[in-house]
Design a protein around this ligand. Structure first.
Ligand code: ADP
Ligand code: ZN
Length: 222
């Protein structure tokens, strides 16, 4: 099953992708994580990418398409994957179309207040990238990852100024993808009206039912 998750930064798509990757036994491909790995290597490319990411801007399309092409050619992607964070522009969507055929596009929605609240409290594991939240989805022990014991930190681009920038860029560049995939007949809407900690299981069940063909749409989840 080849899935693509769309949605504003902070809407929770990365968190749901992390859970679904276990349920469906397909890998999650997070372009944000791929880029952060490149940054860690401290290559020239990595350094340039880091500056772009800290400002909350988009990494150029040609770099992104190359990165995805390379990731898609790896063995674990053969039976499917969840693409999380790509495409983010129409250009990237066209690039993706030349690489692979997607089965479903899930568009996650939530209002701006929920999103800003979530993004400004997000903490991430340094080792395995699992996402937690300072007030909502807390780890069992403060500052420590439940899964791998790694240290939790707040990403530089989760500070307020770049959060606002990322939301603006999302509206300008990524939102048009909703129309694009509606026209392709692939779009499924999911509106999440409550904090992840409260409705996590419900969301997973609803997505699963949809993917199994049990239901024809997902809609609002309260
Ligand atoms: P979020 O989904 O919360 O914005 P990500 O981890 O997906 O966080 O992305 C972090 C940053 O990585 C983005 O703000 C952007 O700078 C860069 N990035 C990730 N994916 C892409 C992409 N497809 N195209 C361009 N830049 C990207
Ligand atoms: Zn971890």
């Amino acid at each position: 099953m080849k899935l693509l998750f769309l949605g504003s930064p902070g809407v929770g798509k990365g968190t749901y992708a992390q859970v679904l990757t276990e349920v469906l036994r397909i890998p999650q491909i997070s372009t944000g994580d791929l880029l952060r790995e490149e940054v860690k290597k401290e290559t020239t490319l990595g350094k340039n990418i880091n500056e772009i990411m800290i400002r909350g801007e988009l990494v150029p399309d040609d770099i992104m398409i190359k990165l995805i092409k390379n990731r898609m050619s790896q063995k674990d992607c053969q039976n499917g994957f969840i693409l999380d964070g790509f495409p983010r522009t129409l250009n990237q969507a066209e690039g993706l179309k030349d690489i692979v055929k997607i089965d479903h596009v899930l568009n996650f929605k939530a209002n701006d207040e929920v999103i800003i609240e979530r993004l400004s409290g997000r903490i991430t594991c340094k080792k395995c990238s699992t996402i937690y939240h300072k007030t909502g989805n807390k780890p069992k022990k403060e500052g420590v990852c439940d899964k791998c014991g790694g240290e939790l930190f707040e990403r530089d681009d989760d500070k307020l100024a770049s959060v606002k920038n990322r939301l603006d860029i999302y509206k300008k560049k990524t939102k048009p993808l909703i129309d694009y995939y509606t026209k392709e007949g692939l779009l499924v809407e999911i509106t999440i009206n409550k904090p992840i900690s409260e409705i996590r299981e419900k969301v997973i069940t609803k997505i699963n039912d949809y993917l199994c063909g049990k239901t024809k749409k997902i809609g609002e989840i309260n």
